[in-house]
Design a protein around this ligand. Sequence first.
Ligand SMILES: Cc1cc2nc3c(=O)[nH]c(=O)nc-3n(C[C@H](O)[C@H](O)[C@H](O)COP(=O)(O)OP(=O)(O)OC[C@H]3O[C@@H](n4cnc5c(N)ncnc54)[C@H](O)[C@@H]3O)c2cc1C
Ligand code: SF4
Ligand code: SF4
Length: 457
Amino acid sequence: MSILNVVNAGMCVGCGGCSVITGGKIPMKVDNLGVWQADPSQVLPTLQEAASNVCPFADESPNETEIATEEFPELPVHPKLGRYRSTFAARLTDQEYLEGSSSGGLTSWLLLQLLERGHIDGVLHVGSGNSVDGMFAYVVSHSADELQSRRKSIYYSTSMADAILSVRGNGKRYALVGVPCFITAGRLLARNDVELRSQLSYFLGLVCGHLKSSAFAELLAWQLGIPPKELETVDFRVKNPAENAGSYDFSATSVTGETRQAPTSTLLGANWGLATFQLEACNFCDDVFAETADITFGDAWLPEFVSDWRGHNVIVTRHPLLAEIIEDGVTSGQVSRHDIGPDRSADSQAGNFRHRREGLQLRLHDDQSAGKWTPRKRVEATADINEKRKPIVRQRRELASTSHLLFEEAKELGSLEHFTNSIEPQVKSYMRLYREPFPKRAARWGFRQIMRLLRLN
Ligand SMILES: Cc1cc2nc3c(=O)[nH]c(=O)nc-3n(C[C@H](O)[C@H](O)[C@H](O)COP(=O)(O)OP(=O)(O)OC[C@H]3O[C@@H](n4cnc5c(N)ncnc54)[C@H](O)[C@@H]3O)c2cc1C
Ligand code: SF4
Ligand code: SF4
């Protein structure tokens, strides 16, 4: 049963699908690195088999293409977005509401619409919870107030096992929000569990670069002077009207109620490209646009939208009702929409595709050459990729893995410097891989000097 391989290879993303399908018999817990993990080793082979059928990384479960083909057979396929009905960039027009959302605010707005129109009774999503295992958890929201207070992107390891098990069999209908692999696990649960099939009514996907362990929040807060033991909560996405949409702030609040804030880009380890504290599972994932979701929301990282600090979503619709609700929002003036077409939507995630298609090919090749187990993926294993990208792909993986260990040591020692001093040389060496070769830089410098002289004369 390949679920054992998934866990043994460190590729469990912690979704909790295996725990739900076994009625909680497969335990979930947070490991010493701050990542939710399943332990299927002690259960009977029949339960391991059931669990493998719902695990997004197990070879026994259908892949995203197979699931989407069954869910949306009538829709055209785009090589990067998967199946799609329509795709566009959009944001809400209510500026006050937008400030409390990560991006264009359409994710939480659509959830509110589904609830108000009576299509669902509640929402399974991530927000501040009462979890003893971390500051964020999957929670169940039943009211507009709860939905509005639980917004913004949570870059933090969570599991949906407890939340789904708490509602399973209560006869109510829910929308599930999640990153692509969690949505796939949700779809697989609905296929394999009659109760959940009738309860999980809508699947709202979030475009995903990668998921972080709890250490990411702790490292950024520590740099603001709040050490892990004194940390109450964080806000990963504080919008800044003086900046563009990509230059947001990070804020942290201590147990004594003091809040500190800084531009995220000034904090070591915050650069998304470094992949600090990235889960190992994310090295083996090829789904960027949550291809099995009824609708997917991301950030429209395109120049024409980034310049607006309020933020815009990139959206891929697949379910007709959800597309219709957004259309109603456009008609009523609540939603501002810009048609950009599927290729531009995919372009908004260019870095993600480099990491998750070309990069994945090399990582599969590297691990298979070393005799390691790898999950079945939709790209071929090969080292035949752009030569310049090879060291970038390999060093990024190395950075992710060492960041986990160094931060664990730093916490034990109570020394932030232990982490920063050790990781800084690695970060510098990684950033050098992006530098242009000297002749090119010299030519660019020369050109700038000539232009300056021409302006002076
Ligand atoms: C781990 C992670 C990585 C991401 N990577 C990218 C990326 O590389 N590129 C990109 O364009 N976009 C990425 N996104 C999506 C992006 O950050 C926004 O979440 C998305 O654009 C929705 O913004 P919004 O303003 O519409 O949502 P809001 O109106 O702020 O509502 C957000 C909703 O999502 C729920 N939510 C937040 N985090 C989670 C979570 N971890 N699991 C389940 N539900 C959650 C909230 O509870 C809330 O209901 C990522 C999101 C996450 C959580
Ligand atoms: S189903 Fe989810 S939690 Fe269970 S082993 Fe697979 S990835 Fe891990
Ligand atoms: S990168 Fe893939 S595996 Fe990692 S959290 Fe996102 S969807 Fe899941």
